[in-house]
Ligand binder design. Structure first.
Ligand code: SAM
Length: 200
């Protein structure tokens, strides 16, 4: 633990996430992180991919909390990116990573997340999404059902998303599912590839 904004969950999941990213990122040169939160994922994960430019982002209101850790890590300064914005000013990337965002934002924002990202993911690029999902209209665990109830009490727009719905949004954006990795604590790490020229 340190003095900067801190999430114990990030500390718990960052190594399992690294193990999956190492299977997929290959020689990707640039990655956009959406909803970077405390910056702990950026700080830890980017350090394992020296050839990768890790561009973190979050809504403008969260940037003051995010900037110090990103600066300490020597990474590019985080940029403001709200998935609800009509235009994302974030350039184009070989990969987009986002952890624990889709169950926080409302369903309309999830739709805009997928409709917005297409213009910013290079052909053959990867979308990597970490978090809890429901499958065939069911939770993967009782703890996820409890978490979903807690999320909705906190904000009625939040909620654990159905994999099938999210995957349909991804397919409409031109993405194809590559792999669904079960992760510790009843989470998933979903990996899609953007159509077009396939990366080796
Ligand atoms: C539960 S936190 C996850 C943070 C971090 N990725 C993690 O795994 O610990 C959700 C993040 O989504 C961000 N967020 C909320 N609404 C957003 C939006 N409309 N566009 C982009 N990010 C958003 C929040 O600022 C926050 O950083």
């Amino acid at each position: 633990m340190d003095a900067l904004p801190y999430s114990q969950a990030c500390e718990n999941n960052k190594r399992p996430i690294l193990a999956v990213l190492q299977q997929h990122l290959g020689d990707a040169a640039s990655l956009l992180e959406i909803g970077a939160g405390t910056g702990q994922h950026a700080e830890f994960l980017a350090g394992h991919f020296p050839g990768l430019r890790w561009q973190s982002s979050d809504i403008a209101a969260n940037l003051p909390a995010l900037r110090p850790r990103i600066a300490r890590a020597g990474l590019p300064a985080p940029i403001a990116l709200d998935v609800d914005a009509s235009a994302w000013r974030c350039g184009s990337h070989d990969a987009i990573f986002s952890a624990n965002v889709l169950h926080i934002v409302g369903a309309g924002s999830v739709e805009r997340f997928f409709s917005g990202l297409g213009a910013h993911l290079n052909p053959g690029g990867l979308l990597l999404i970490y978090g809890p999902f429901r499958y065939r209209n069911a939770y993967t665990s009782e703890s996820n059902a409890h978490f979903d109830r807690w999320l909705k009490q906190r904000d009625a727009a939040s909620g654990i998303r159905d994999f099938e719905w999210v995957n349909s949004l991804a397919e409409a954006a031109g993405l194809s599912l590559v792999q669904d990795h079960p992760m510790p604590a009843n989470n998933q790490l979903l990996v899609w590839r953007m159509g077009g020229q396939l990366a080796p």
